[in-house]
Ligand binder design. Structure first.
Ligand SMILES: [Zn+2]
Ligand SMILES: [Zn+2]
Length: 174
């Protein structure tokens, strides 16, 4: 595992799918290469790794060979996400574009236009889309009443500012 400045803008973050800018700090996790011998490195924005690969990030922080800006905040985010085994599955929030998906927690359909939380399951280095839960089912599903607003919004790039606010109100107001 390693922290380094991205030598180009070609690497993509496994956590959010966005490019990592040249010169930006990136976190690399070495995993066995499923296609060939040896290892390959999976790159992340440090904050994306804190939320989606919390144990790996916490393990790597003390060994970082270069300065990691916002290190305490990263560690706090990783400890929060790592405290409950399902929290790293959070992949953002959105309004259901149709009324077809069922909630993984209560198994009822999620009404069109209702807020839902996207989930991904991590398997062998890959985050696979794994359905949704109602906002109101989050405490039962994640088995915690921890505040997940920053965590969900971190992976909700598609939401405009007013939608982020509306999401926050829905989350906090119940
Ligand atoms: Zn990212
Ligand atoms: Zn539900």
């Amino acid at each position: 595992m390693t922290f380094e400045l991205a030598p180009s803008g070609r690497s993509k973050c496994r956590g959010c799918g966005q490019a990592i800018a040249k010169g930006e700090l990136r976190f690399g996790e070495k995993l066995p290469n499923p296609f060939a011998e040896g290892e390959m490195t999976h790159w992340f924005h440090p904050a994306c790794a804190a939320y989606k690969r919390p144990e790996a990030l916490i393990e790597a922080l003390p060994q970082a060979a270069i300065e990691v800006p916002g290190r305490e905040a990263l560690e706090r985010a990783a400890r929060g996400a790592g405290a409950h085994k399902r929290l790293p599955r959070i992949d953002g929030g959105e309004r259901a574009p149709s009324g077809q998906a069922r909630c993984r927690q209560c198994h009822e359909t999620i009404e069109k236009g209702a807020w839902r939380i996207r989930l991904v399951f991590y398997e062998e280095g890959t985050f696979n889309p794994s359905g949704f839960i109602h906002l109101g089912c989050r405490e039962a599903y994640f088995e915690t009443s921890a505040d997940i607003l920053d965590h969900v919004l971190h992976f909700s790039r598609g939401l405009a500012a007013d939608e982020r606010e509306a999401f926050g109100r829905a989350l906090r107001g119940g």
